[in-house]
Structure formats: C-alpha cells, structure tokens
Design a protein around this ligand. Structure first.
Ligand code: PLP
Length: 430
C-alpha cells in the first residue's frame, strides 16, 4: 500500500521493496552475486531473447539495484530507471542511447566541469557534436537545433552559477520540434521534479545528495515515459530501426506491451550490456540507505544554506553572494518557479582578494572539508580557481561563473552555529 504513495517522504522509504521474499528481511538485501541459476534451458533461452524478464547477470541487472531503480523512478515520477557506475556514466549513456556519429546535442553552457570535458573533448572523438546554448534565453536551444539534433541537455541547479535552468521553457521547445530534454538533476533531487515540467529523461549522479554521505560513486538514468520516440522516427533511428544485436528488434515496437519504456530498456540491454558501466550492488545498498533520508536532509541543507547566505551577504569581506535565494529578476523567478521547499544546499561567494584570498580562506577552514564533492552530510568547500578550474585563464574563470576569488560551499547538516563559526574565523584570516 505505502509503495503507491505519491509523497516523496514515503516513496524514499517504501517504493519497490516491502520485505525479502525468502527471509522477510526489511532492509534491502545486498545481492552480491555475479550470476543467477536458470530454471531450465527453455527459461534461459527466454531470458536471453527477452521473452521473459528475469535475472541473468549482474552487469545487466541485480535485485538490489532494481529496488534503487524502482525507488528513484517513483521519486521522480518516471516509468523506469537504470543504475550505473557514476554520474558521468549516466550522462554519457543517456546521450549515446539516442545519438551516434554524425549527430549532435544542444547543451546548456552552465555545466559541471566534468560534463563539460565529456561533451567538448570526449563525445567529439565519437563523432557526436555538442553545441552549447546560453540558457539565459531558452530560444537559443531552438536556434542551435537541426535535423541531426538528438537531445537537449542541462542541469537543474548548475554550479558554480547556481542559476536554475528554465526546464519548462526548453522542454516545450523540444517537444514542439521532437527533441527530448535530458536533465542532470544531481543537486536538486527532492526539491523539484523535472518530469512535471516536461523533461523527458533524468541523468544524475547518486554520489551527491541521493547517497548523501560521501561514501560511494554512482549514477542513475530515469525515463519519464512521456516522450513519443515513434512520432519522430527519422530523428531516433536507434529506437525505431531494427537492432541487429536482438535479431532485428525495433525497440519502440518490441516493448510496447510493457509500457512506454523503449528508451530505458534499450539502455540496459544494449549499452549497459556492451559497455559494462554497472553499479555495484553494495553501492546500490548504500544509496538506498542514504535515499531514505533524502527529504529530511534536503530540508536541513536548505535551512542551513539560507542562513549561510544571509551571514555572507552581511559580511564586509564578501563582495558577492551566489545563491538562488538572494538572486533577483529572471534568475529569482526561475528559482521560485522550480525549487520547492528551499533553494538547495550550495552557496557561492566572492572574495575581493582574488586567487590569494580564495586559497587563504580554504586553508583557514577548520571544520569544513576541502574536497571536490557536493551533497555530503558534512560541510564542504572548494576554491575552483586553484583546483577544478585551474586550467582556465582569469577571463575564462570569470566567464564560467567562478572568478579567481570565488569559493563554493556545500552546506552540511552540522549545527548552524558551528558552520557559521568556521566560516567567520576563516574570513577573519583572509
Ligand atoms: N553532474 C553533476 C552536477 C556533478 O556535480 C557531478 C560530480 O561532481 C557529476 C554529474 C558526475 O558525477 P560522478 O562524480 O558521480 O561521476
């Protein structure tokens, strides 16, 4: 009964699993097995031919991962999901599932640096061109589209800029032309549901807020089931033309009796099977454990981040605070339209002393961890100009939204007094 709930707080605890069928275990068991015994040769043949669904081999499916997939699909209102080895794998695979050499995608310019590299330097070697569009004007996506465009791509709450993406506006343009919007929702799970605004696919890192404890790397691709791949046969040949690796199956037709799951099934039984970026069942268990408290954690992350932003906004050593809740104009409208229950756990700020001040501040932190991560229960900080963005010139840094004096905080769940005390003493040291 509870797994049918439409409430996120209940879904993260109950969707996809009640108790283990054999032992009654309430916690999802870790099925640490590579393979599964077939009942008969006929059973095995049916599984391989996809005439029957069941477990074959953990590279392609696993019962622990299955619960995580069902739970995250339910949380986001999708029809199916696929757990993979990292957020990077999720982004790359979501695109490769529908784009091949000669095709292009249009991506927002506001991107995580790792995704930027994947798009600018790696997908290009596979013949997939990535065109970048400034999300300030959603129409930039339409302008960059041609008949080889296979997807739009963006982050809900991109850092370092922290300007919320216009999901509904770009999704509407895409649906008019026949281009699905893929959202990297890493920083905003629990605060927004992109499918309700027209996004077609989610490709996120589980490493951050989903897991929430900084202990595992993983990713998830979620299918909304609302994009009509068949209506755009020429744009999506990989889903609408015979697949030689499954005796000529046409994915949109072959899985129709099972629901609108062509995208997510194909991703599992072709790309995951062939390239092998599987999530370990142990990591799936850790993500399930973390996910149980996602909604509670997001509430506190948001509450603490709002207090941090307020503190920094009033501090005389800080020239600018980057946080959706202090933005004005269109950026604020978007933040208010899409984020519910808070503005997220990320806060950026700028020190007038540039590179030297940024480094000095980080070195003076006592409680905050200096790490290249976000979404941990602990508070984290990084100075992009001397780390993640160190290859960029001063001009490029400014254009990326992370000028030399920019510091990014991922505000954790510690007592707010301790968070503010650490920031205060580190600012004193600058
Ligand atoms: N997307 C965003 C917004 C991220 O911040 C990250 C990692 O920092 C990724 C994707 C990549 O995720 P992973 O590190 O799990 O590969």
């Amino acid at each position: 009964m509870s797994s049918d709930s439409i409430n996120a707080e209940t879904i993260v605890l109950h969707a996809g699993h009640r108790a283990d069928a054999t032992t009654g275990a309430v916690a999802v068991p870790i099925y640490q097995t590579s393979s599964y015994q077939f009942d008969s040769t006929e059973h095995a043949a049916n599984l391989f031919a996809l005439k029957e669904f069941g477990n074959i081999y953990t590279r392609i499916m696993n019962p622990t991962n299955d619960v995580l997939e069902k739970r995250l699909a339910a949380l986001e209102g999708g029809v199916g999901a696929l757990a993979v080895a990292s957020g990077q794998a999720a982004s790359a695979m979501a695109i490769q599932n529908i784009a091949e050499a000669g095709d292009n995608i249009v991506s927002s310019t506001d991107l995580y640096g790792g995704t930027w590299n994947l798009f600018a330097n790696t997908l290009s070697t596979m013949g997939i061109e990535v065109r970048f569009a400034d999300p300030a004007d959603p129409e930039n996506f339409r302008k960059a589209t041609d008949d080889k465009t296979r997807a739009y791509y963006a982050e809900t709450l991109p850092n370092p800029k922290l300007e919320v993406f216009p999901i509904a506006e770009v999704a509407a343009i895409g649906r008019e032309i026949g281009v699905p919007l893929i959202m990297d929702h890493t920083a905003a799970h629990g605060l927004c549901r992109p499918f309700e605004h027209g996004a077609a696919i989610i490709a996120s890192s589980c490493t951050k807020y989903i897991g929430g404890h900084g202990n595992s790397i993983g990713g998830i691709v979620i299918d909304s089931g609302t994009f009509d791949w068949e209506a755009h046969k020429d744009r999506f040949p990989l889903l609408n033309q015979p697949d030689p690796s499954y005796h000529g199956a046409v994915w949109t037709e072959a899985v129709k009796p099972l629901g609108p799951i062509a995208f997510i099934i194909k991703l599992r039984v072709t790309l995951l099977r062939d390239m092998g970026q599987a999530m370990s069942p142990f990591n799936a268990f850790l993500f399930l454990t973390g996910l149980e408290t996602l909604m509670l954690r997001q509430e506190r992350h948001c509450e603490n981040a709002a207090k941090v932003a307020e503190f920094l906004d009033g501090h005389d050593k800080v020239t600018r605070v980057i946080y959706p809740g202090v933005m004005t104009g269109e950026a604020r409208r978007r933040a208010d339209a899409y984020l519910k229950g808070g503005y997220g756990g990320l806060v950026g700020f700028e020190l007038p002393g540039g590179m030297a001040a940024g480094k000095k501040f980080i070195d003076a932190l006592a409680m905050f961890y200096h790490v290249a991560n976000i979404g941990d229960a602990r508070s984290l900080a990084i100075h992009p100009a001397s780390t993640t963005h160190s290859q960029l010139s001063a001009e490029e840094l400014a254009a990326s939204g992370a000028p030399e004096g920019y510091v990014r905080l991922s505000v954790g769940l510690e007592h707010i007094d301790d968070i503010l005390a650490d920031l205060s003493q580190a600012l004193d040291a600058v």
